[in-house]
Design a protein around this ligand. Structure first.
Ligand code: 1CP
Length: 354
């Protein structure tokens, strides 16, 4: 139960030697796979899929049956926390996530509960335990959460946003209210991720999808401060093994040094940052995860292979690289192209490891 047959992903995050570069794909379980669409149809809607441990486990394992991926990621969503706080999450067909009761004022923030992960979020912990059991030690399981800033954008905007005007208004007109909100979310994320670790997640990743819409100063004050608080509050060891923590800010390539200062183990890179430059800047302080443009998966396999070769040579020899896309896989990518990507990483990376 405790022994892993393939621990490359955990080793690379801790900058330990590996035989080949480990690889997984953000959003690897999802609509580009026909089997995902079938299971989602069986579940009814997206949240019912997340709340059914057997079906959430099934879709987590689907990409691993097709490809030689080095990690599984819990099938769930970052919006489970605001849902558990009582905001009323729902999905409008084709429109993405929405909240019935968004956060609008100080009283809303004061009244917001910090959810008990073993109560309101027990379904997530059940999914973690079920997936871990069914993985049978083949590869590690990644747990995850949204960053406080990214979760707050959905909670204040009431759903997805392009200009983020409501939350920026709160930031510039009512800064202390936003800080109180972010602090409550950070406390909730710490409890949530530690519960995932206790339930069996062997590494955790924090998705700061919208940190990149901030100025540098505001990023440090409103996003990174709270990710730092989370890193400080996490269990960093379980089952006699280190539990590596990865921070990913989309559009955050300018702030890698400050992100590494949080004491996390690894940084996720989107495709707009050159991985060779990133490695020069962070040195051997953290591992790097990334960073092929997900749109490259539309190209023919030979072109995908060429791009994988370029990124591998950019990172260069030595330890501390987890290959990934720079953001989630697109839903209209041919599944065979994802297969060509994973194979190329394993085949071409052997030369970079002694
Ligand atoms: O129709 C469907 O099947 C629902 C689409 C979907 C899926 C497959 C949503 C709704 N969430 C998910 C799963 C999901 N979300 C995972 C599963 C594990 C895996 O990677 O395979 C993960 C890690 C997430 C995380 C997530 N949800 C993020 C952060 C990562 C990222 O992509 O930047 C964000 C921003 C969300 C919010 C969300 N949930 C769903 C959608 C469509 C969105 C994005 C909406 C937006 O663009 O604002």
């Amino acid at each position: 139960m405790n022994q892993l047959k393939n621990d490359r992903y955990l080793r690379a995050l801790l900058r330990q030697p590996v035989d080949v570069t480990p690889v997984w794909m953000m959003r690897q379980a999802g609509r580009y796979l026909p089997e995902y669409k079938a299971t989602r149809a069986e579940a009814g809607d997206f949240m019912s899929l997340c709340k059914n441990a057997e079906l959430a486990c099934e879709v987590t394992l689907q990409p691993l049956r097709r490809y030689a991926l080095d990690a599984a990621i819990l099938f769930s969503d970052i919006l489970t926390i605001p849902d558990a706080m009582g905001l009323g999450l729902y999905f409008e067909a084709g429109e993405g996530p929405r909240f019935e009761r968004p956060i609008t004022c100080k009283a809303d923030v004061d009244n917001l509960p910090v959810p008990d992960p073993e109560q309101e979020l027990a379904y997530v912990m059940n999914a973690v335990r079920t997936i871990r059991h069914n993985l049978k030690g083949d590869v590690p399981l990644i747990g995850f959460s949204g960053s406080p800033w990214t979760l707050a954008t959905y909670m204040v905007e009431g759903g997805s946003s392009k200009a983020f005007t409501k939350i920026k208004k709160m930031m510039y007109a009512d800064g202390p209210v936003l800080h109180k909100l972010l602090d409550k979310i950070a406390d909730s994320v710490i409890l949530y991720l530690n519960a995932q670790i206790k339930a069996g997640a062997q590494s955790v990743m924090i998705f700061d999808t919208w940190g990149g819409v901030l100025t540098g100063r505001d990023y440090l004050e409103f996003s990174l401060t709270y990710m730092h608080k989370i890193v400080d509050g996490l269990m960093r060891e379980n089952e006699g093994r280190k539990v590596p923590v990865t921070l990913f800010t989309k559009g955050g390539g300018q702030w890698l040094e400050a992100m590494a200062d949080t004491g996390c183990d690894a940084l996720g890179l989107d495709w707009t940052t050159d991985i060779a430059d990133a490695r020069k800047r962070v040195g051997d302080r953290v591992a790097l995860q990334g960073n092929m443009d997900p749109s490259m998966l539309y190209a023919p396999p030979a072109r995908i292979e060429q791009e994988v070769a370029t990124i591998l040579s950019g990172f260069g020899h030595g330890n501390g690289h987890v290959f990934n896309l720079g953001h989630g896989i697109h839903q209209d990518v041919p599944p065979e192209h994802a297969g060509a990507f994973v194979e190329a990483v394993h085949k071409l990376s052997r030369a970079y490891h002694d």
